[in-house]
Design a protein around this ligand. Sequence first.
Ligand code: TXA
Ligand code: MG
Length: 355
Amino acid sequence: METLALKVDPKRPELDKIRIAAGVLRNGGLVAFPTETVYGLGANALDEKAVLRIFEAKNRPADNPIIVHVVNRDDVYVLAEHVPEVAERLIDKFWPGPLTLLFLKSEAVPNAVTAGLGTVAIRMPSHAVARALIAEAGVPVAAPSANLAGRPSPTSAEHVLDDLSGRIEVLIDGGEIGYGVESTVLDLTTEPPTVLRPGPVTIEELKEVIGGVEVHPAARAEVPVEVAIARSPGMKYRHYAPVAEVVVVEGPLEGVIAKIQELVDARRERGERVGVMATEETALRYRADIVKVVGSRRDPRTVAKNLFRVLREFDAEGVDFAAAEGLEPVGIGLAVMNRLRKAAGHNIVRVEQAN
Ligand code: TXA
Ligand code: MG
């Protein structure tokens, strides 16, 4: 199969191209498309066979459920068995946008979408291309991130082609992505609701709207979570795993810099090719084979935006070992740390103070 790449204007996508892609979706095909978080790999959520093709194209484990993307609020009442009152408030405030809500599923949702679970994850994206595609297809769209399982989520059309070229019918190229980390996943079937995956909608923002919010230990990703207690199957996989061995160094900045340089020196001594994921404020402090600036410590949103690209670049450049600076795990910084700690396979070094 040859993948058809359609370049569109990300703000005002050309309708003729969106119609081609929507037609492919309606006929059971797979279409990768930009959202405000990362690129998604879409299929008609109501077509079980089409959804199963997503698992095949991504090599996705069959027990990992998929988020359903909608543009009409009414669809939530079709896909969910019960819509609690907190959902209404959250939808008013954060949709369209990077917040995924978990409901008890209705009969309308095929089991392939939810991997046999009793819940369904729903989100309404804000990206103009995603919205035009879903609206034109006229069906809810099941879409995980458009990467091969175990690779960082794609934040550009090139990343999607690197992983899925020849495996999917269409890629809509809408250029670079806004947030760069996947949506916040909030389970509304618990009391209080539980954040299963931190994302661009922060815990602080959720609390302002609904008061109590629990944060699942896997969302912090400080330690590996036992498979037995993984409520969201995606939690248990070592997502975003680069080929290189990765370590995250956390703590007061001067101590972090010193520790990273020490780890780097020891590895280079052994002849390894070593990379550092640094920030604008610190990059010049390191001696390593490759030093990459992921963003600014003063604005963690810039780190979120570049994180997956930098992880892919380390892989492409054949790095054996990469050390990354930790950020403060608050706001979108928690989403960044969740992805980084998972990329590191929970290989975390904590420094207490400068040494
Ligand atoms: O921003 C995003 O959410 C992107 C874009 C494309 O929308 N999508 C995305 O999908 O990140 P994916 O499949 O890569 O991650 C979805 C996460 C997984 O951890 C999955 O286990 C969890 O959501 N999930 C989906 N449905 C679920 C359900 N019914 N119950 C529990 N967890 C669920
Ligand atoms: Mg994913």
